[in-house]
Design a protein. Structure first.
Length: 375
């Protein structure tokens, strides 16, 4: 009899999770986390060290703080910015950008061609020109773009010959054509002419090429798109400086943990509803190879009780106040007390390499609990 009781107790006692179960749960958790970030598989890290374009780094720093939390949700047009480097390997004034990584559900809002204007070459004799006309064409006939119907004008402007720096041309319609029909992408042609449209030989203005100049000056196509992913209807706002997230701590969120002791759980229920740290470390979960910034972020979570009567510091909704009264007075069976949940959510931004080693800036809604309340 005693042996039977001991056997039953042994069977009833929960066993420690095996390494295989822990590994399986971790894999499932990582898969679900990828779904939150809109991916099926994590992009592979670049084969060789790559410096992200400075424009994309600066844009990330403008949009987000060091933890990736959005400073101002109205800065970006759409929720995705993609950068592409020229694939012509330095063919002068011809540019080609491969857009196969743009998803079919992404709406192209704005497309920009970024070209770095080099200092003009020293010439003999007095300078006769202070400006030239730069035109950007969509190539329609790859082999004979100068033939009738071989190209379509996208943008043109006068450019100074007195300095150097970036020139940005809007080419949105061409990129929309290419994303709808990939085979129509024959590239771009850039011409430099005098003020009256006369050819300049040699050209008074040159742009940096992908082959002959430093990586920081390479021709680049920048796409502002929207993939249609939207979060919940909770208030969204830039995070105030006074409420900046706490420093990121090593995260263990993807490893199953035994629950705390009964006394600890009881103590948690007695604490008032408030926000607590919940840190995510991308290096610990194996994503540091393809994520450029941030290295991690503090998602925060809400925990605590919503006891009757609910004070203003618990930010209750009218519905929560009524529910609290019904629960306290036992006016109806099965009505629980209100729950401690986020009542403000912030978005975060990731700067990362995609499958084709292009650099992408993407904004994800509802990723950080900004504050907690009883609802």
């Amino acid at each position: 009899m005693l042996g039977t009781v001991l056997l039953l107790l042994a069977l009833a006692k929960p066993a420690c999770p095996s390494p295989a179960n822990v590994s399986s749960r971790r894999a499932e958790a990582l898969k679900r986390l990828l779904e939150v970030f809109g991916m099926e598989d994590p992009p592979p890290p670049p084969a060789h060290f790559k410096q992200p374009p400075q424009y994309m780094v600066d844009l990330f720093n403008t949009v987000a703080n060091a933890d990736g939390v959005t400073k101002n949700p109205d800065i970006l047009e759409g929720n995705t910015v993609r950068s592409f480097l020229d694939k012509t390997h330095g063919e002068k004034m011809r540019f080609l950008f491969v857009l196969s990584s743009v998803a079919k559900n992404e709406k192209v809002l704005t497309a920009e061609l970024h070209l770095f204007r080099l200092w003009p070459r020293a010439t003999d004799g007095p300078k006769r020109h202070h400006f030239c006309q730069v035109s950007v064409y969509q190539v329609l006939k790859k082999q004979e773009p100068d033939a009738p119907g071989g190209k379509k004008l996208l943008a043109a402007r006068l450019v100074s010959l007195q300095d150097s720096g970036w020139e940005v041309f809007a080419i949105t319609q061409a990129v929309r054509d290419w994303t709808e029909d990939e085979s129509s992408n024959q590239g771009l042609l850039v011409t430099v002419q005098g003020l009256g449209g006369s050819p300049l030989d040699p050209p008074a203005l040159q742009f940096a090429s992908g082959r002959d100049h430093h990586e920081s000056k390479k021709p680049m196509l920048v796409l502002f798109t929207d993939d249609g992913r939207r979060g919940a209807s909770l208030p969204m706002a830039g995070i105030p400086d006074s409420q900046s997230p706490a420093p990121v701590l090593p995260a263990k969120m993807l490893v199953p943990k035994p629950s705390g002791s009964r006394s600890t759980r009881s103590l948690d229920r007695l604490q008032p509803c408030q926000r607590h740290p919940l840190s995510v470390d991308f290096e610990e979960i194996g994503w540091s190879g393809w994520i450029i910034s941030p290295r991690g972020y503090n998602a925060f979570h809400c925990k605590g009780s919503c006891p009757f009567p609910l004070g203003e510091n618990m930010r209750p909704t009218n519905h929560a106040t009524v529910q609290s009264i019904i629960n306290a007075l036992k006016l109806s069976e099965g009505v629980s007390s209100p729950c401690c949940v986020p009542d403000k959510l912030y978005s975060i931004n990731l700067l990362y390499f995609d499958d084709d080693e292009n650099v992408v800036l993407k904004q994800y809604d509802d990723m950080v609990a900004g504050s907690c309340g009883c609802h």
